[in-house]
Ligand binder design. Structure first.
Ligand code: F6R
Length: 230
């Protein structure tokens, strides 16, 4: 695991884009796994502002809420369109369909697509409780794309994006730990004190299901970008 300590979230976002550029210029980036959340906002801002061309790159997102359509301002599909895809065209973009009638079939469909398009690089943020994508504490390392019930911690953190008259979904579809671990390269971004506990667990070097982020210790190519000095 490689760790890059930066002085700010902005600088961290620049670093992520530098790593993307390196892979693209080396001809190693055909399939890019993306994440949502506040950590990724400056990353997408900098990708949009860059001269990078993603028209030959296929994108896959980690996760999506169940029960809100892609047109809802809090869906991750909407987030991606607004922040990145509407401004930088990709060859193809994929995200789980949280409105699918048969959610189990949707998980199989997504996991099959991932197998057909192996991820060259995957962006990851970290939840305060150590989740990666929506793989909450207790998730099996063998997990593939699946339906999850969000933990109270995740609901508390993410409910800030929903207004009082909106009900925040409490279930989601997410790539599993095993789906994420298939990516050749993992780029983990974690900024701010709220991420300290999760990063401390990662740097402690012991894999535990209680802190899913620690599964990354078993991956051969992980780069952590953070503004925390640990
Ligand atoms: C989002 C995702 C989540 C976030 C994590 C951190 O697609 O998979 O795991 O990366 O919850 O969220 P922020 O960046 O908002 O702190």
């Amino acid at each position: 695991m490689q760790t890059i300590v930066v002085e700010s979230k902005e600088r961290g976002a620049e670093k992520v884009v530098e790593l993307v550029r390196e892979e693209m210029e080396a001809g190693r980036l055909n399939v890019l796994g993306l994440a949502t959340g506040s950590t990724m906002e400056p990353v997408y801002e900098k990708m949009v502002a860059s001269d990078l061309d993603f028209t030959n790159v296929t994108a896959f997102n980690l996760d999506e809420y169940i029960g809100i359509p892609a047109t809802h301002k809090n869906s991750y599909a909407y987030y991606m369109d607004q922040l990145l895809f509407n401004k930088k065209p990709f060859k193809e973009t994929h995200i789980e369909n949280g409105m699918a009638e048969d959610l189990d079939a949707e998980c199989v469909r997504y996991e099959t697509l991932l197998k057909e398009n192996p991820l060259d690089m995957q962006f990851l943020g970290i939840g305060e409780n150590g989740h990666i994508a929506f793989n909450e504490p207790g998730t099996s390392p063998e997990s593939v794309t699946h339906v999850v019930e969000l933990t109270q911690s995740t609901i508390d953190v993410n409910s800030q994006y929903f207004t009082a008259d909106e009900t925040m979904p409490v279930t989601a579809l997410t790539m599993g730990i095993s789906s994420i671990m298939q990516a050749k390269k993992l780029i983990v971004a974690a900024f701010g004190e709220k991420k300290r506990a999760a990063l401390e667990k990662l740097f402690a070097g012991e894999v535990t299901t209680e802190w899913p982020v620690t599964y990354l210790l078993d991956h051969p190519d992980v780069t952590v970008i953070t503004d925390l000095k640990l």
